[in-house]
Design a protein around this ligand. Sequence first.
Ligand code: ADP
Ligand code: MG
Ligand code: ZN
Length: 616
Amino acid sequence: MRTVRFWVILAILFLANVIVSNLAFSAGQPPTVTISYNTFLDQVDAGNVVTITSTGDTITGTTKTAVKDSSGTTSTKFQTERPTFANDDLETALRQHNVVINAKDPNPPPPLWVTLLSSFGPALLFVLLFLWLSRRAAGAGAGGILGQFGQSRARLYNAERPSVTFDDVAGIDEVKAELREVVDFLREPQKYQRLGGTVPKGVLLVGAPGTGKTLLARAVAGEAKVPFFSIAASEFIEAIVGVGASRVRDLFAKARAAAPAIIFIDELDAIGRSRSAALRVGGNDEQEQTLNQILTEMDGFDSREGVIVLAATNRADVLDPALLRPGRFDRRVAVQPPDRRGRAAILRIHTRNVPLAPDVDLDQIAQQTPGLVGADLRNLVNEAALAAAREGEAAVTMADFGDAIEKTLLGSERKILLTDQDRERIAYHESGHALLGLLVPGADPVKKVTIVPRGMALGVTLQSPVDDRFNYGEDYLRARMIGALGGRAAEKIVYGVVTTGAENDLQQVTRIAHEMVVRWGMSPKVGPLNFAGADGDGAIYQQRPYGEATASLIDAEIRRIAEECQAEAEKLLGEHRAQLDALAKALLKDDSLDEQEILAVTGIKPKEQPAPALAR
Ligand code: ADP
Ligand code: MG
Ligand code: ZN
C-alpha cells in the first residue's frame, strides 16, 4: 500500500514539474506563427518587420503589427523558411526597411527562477520527498544516513498477522507443546508479569530443511494473534556494512512498540556462525556487526515486555556460542522429521482441499515415505494432484500418489540412449542390489527395482524400512553395506570387471564404515570411542584427539569392514547366480519390477529368507 502511494505521489509531482516549467518558458510570450516566404517578403516591403534572426534557411523575427498564418492565428512573432533557390536581394531589402538583423534572439532566455526551477526542481523534489518519507518512517532510534537507509527498506519487516495456526502444523506435537507456553504468554503477558513467571526471551528452532520451522514460527504468531516481524539472516550477508545492524535495531524497535509481538529470524546460521570457525577467511564485518546487534538488542530488553524472539536454523552446532547464552536463545527446540503417524497427519492437512478418490489411503502413503519431511509431503500432494489433472480425473487416485512417490523418491525419468550392453550391465548391477536386499537378513525390504534412468542414476533399487528407525544395529548397517556393494559384486561376477557406475554405492559404504568405527564404537580394535566431530564444521576438538597409531588403526578397521562386506556380497551372489540371472532378464524385459514381481522372479518368500552367516 505504502509503496503504491509513494509512486503515485512521485508521478504527480513529476508531471506538475514538467507542466510548470513548460508554462514558465512560454508565459507572457506571444506564440510564433509560421508564415510563407512570400508573406515574409511582403511584410518586409510593407515595413512591418522589426527584427530577424536567421539560422541557416530558417528565419525568425518580430513584426510591428501582428501577422496572420494560414490557420488564422495572429502574432508579432513569426517564423519562415527561405527557399535555397531564392535569388532575391534580401539583405538590401532588409536594410532599406531598417530591419534589425540578428539583433537579438527572438526567444529570450527564461527568467532566472524558471531556469533554476527546471534544472534543480526535480532533484529538489526528490530530496524533499525523501526527507518527508523518512520522517514518516522514522520510528525510534537509528541515526545517521545509514540509519535512514535501513529504514527506507522497512517494508522488509512490516508486521504481518499470519492466519496459520497450530492446526496447520502436524507431526511435531512435542514442539507444539513447547511453544504453547510462548503462545499463552503472548496472549496474556500481564498475567505472567503479575506472577513474575519467567518466559524465554529467545527460542531457537533447530531442524532439517522443510520440517516446518518457518511454518511453526508463523503459527505461534497466528495462535497468539500478535504481529509477526520477520527477517531472514541471509539477507544481510551481501548488504552494505552497517545496514544489517541498523535493520536489526529498527526491527526490534518496531516489535517492541507493537508488543506483544514475535520477532522471527530465519536462517540464523547464515550470520550466527561461530566467529572462531576455522573456515572463515578474513571474517565478514557485516555478519559480525549484525550478529553483535542482535546480541545487544536481545540483552537490552526484558521478555516481560511481551516480545519473544524466535529463530530457525538447520544446524545448531555451528552457531556462535554467544547466541546460546542465558538471556538470549537459551531455549532450543528440536524439530524432528515426522514419523509415520506424523506424515499421515501432514498429508491429511495438505489434502484438506484436494478431492481424493475413495481408494486413497493416506496411512499407506505415509508408510511408503519414510524420510520425507513436511515440505516434501506437500510437494507429493501437489505432484499427485497435477498427475490427476493431466489425466483429466475428477479426483486424485492412489495411482497418482504412487507416481508422485516414485517421482519424489527417485527423481523423474530421464531420456538417454543406452546400448544393449549398457542396459544389461545396469540390469545386473541393480539385480545385485535387489537380490542382496532379499537375501541378507535385516536388510530393508526391496520395494522396487528399475533400470529406467532417473535423476542422476541409471538404475535404482528402492528399499524402504518397515518403519522409521532411529537406532541402527550393527547387523543392519552391515546389511546396508552388503546391499550397496551388490551392484559392483554382480558386475564383477558376471563380467569380471567393474565400472564407474558404483561410485555412489561406494560413497555410502565408506560413510557407514567410517561412522561405525569413529562414531559408534563398532570396531573392537579401536574400542568404544567416539571421534565424531574431530574434523569438519562442528569441530568439538581443536586437534585430532588421537595419535598416528590410532589414525592408521581407524583406516585399517574401515577397510576391514568394507572388505568383509564385499566378500560377503560376492559370496552370496555367486551362490545365487541363477536368481541373479533371472532377475536381470526380467528387468531387461520389463524395465522395472515391483516387490511382488521381484519375489515371483526370484522365488524367494519374504518370510523364508535364508539366513547366511554374516562374515565377521
Ligand atoms: P523449514 O522452515 O523448516 O525449512 P517450512 O516451514 O518452510 O520448513 O516448510 C515448508 C512448507 O512445508 C510449509 O509451508 C508447509 O506447507 C509444509 N510443512 C512443513 N512441515 C510441516 C508440518 N509439520 N505440518 C504441515 N505442513 C508442513
Ligand atoms: Mg524455513
Ligand atoms: Zn548401485
